[in-house]
Design a protein. Structure first.
Length: 110
């Protein structure tokens, strides 16, 4: 009984995370790279697919095997896209700082 309640809590948490991902994708689609959006879609979809195995506990369903693997792929894609965006942002900030320093040195301000 306790195990079923933990699985049920896990499924409800997954639905909540999927809901947040849907709101992020619908409200702010232009703020994410393409690979991030695909990863978020995979992650949200597989979180919804995990409800079936929880409701059929202790029997297994076809989703029990491949859904977690696809969820990991979606999570990887989302985080890889975010990492690339952060690296590009950091490089752009460094270029802006270098440009500002050169400008101020040329003016004699530094």
């Amino acid at each position: 009984m306790i195990i079923f309640l933990l699985h049920l809590l896990n499924a409800v948490g997954g639905v909540c995370v999927a809901g947040v991902l849907v709101v992020m994708l619908v409200k702010f689609p232009d703020q994410f790279r393409k690979v991030e959006r695909i990863g978020m879609g995979l992650l949200g979809g597989t979180l919804i697919l995990r409800i079936g195995p929880v409701m059929s506990y202790p029997e297994t369903t076809p989703f029990s095997d491949w859904s977690p693997a696809l969820m990991i792929v979606g999570l990887f894609m989302m985080n890889a896209g975010r990492l690339k965006r952060l690296i590009r942002h950091d490089r752009a900030n460094q270029r802006a700082i270098d440009s500002a320093e050169q400008y101020l040195k040329a003016r004699g301000k530094l």
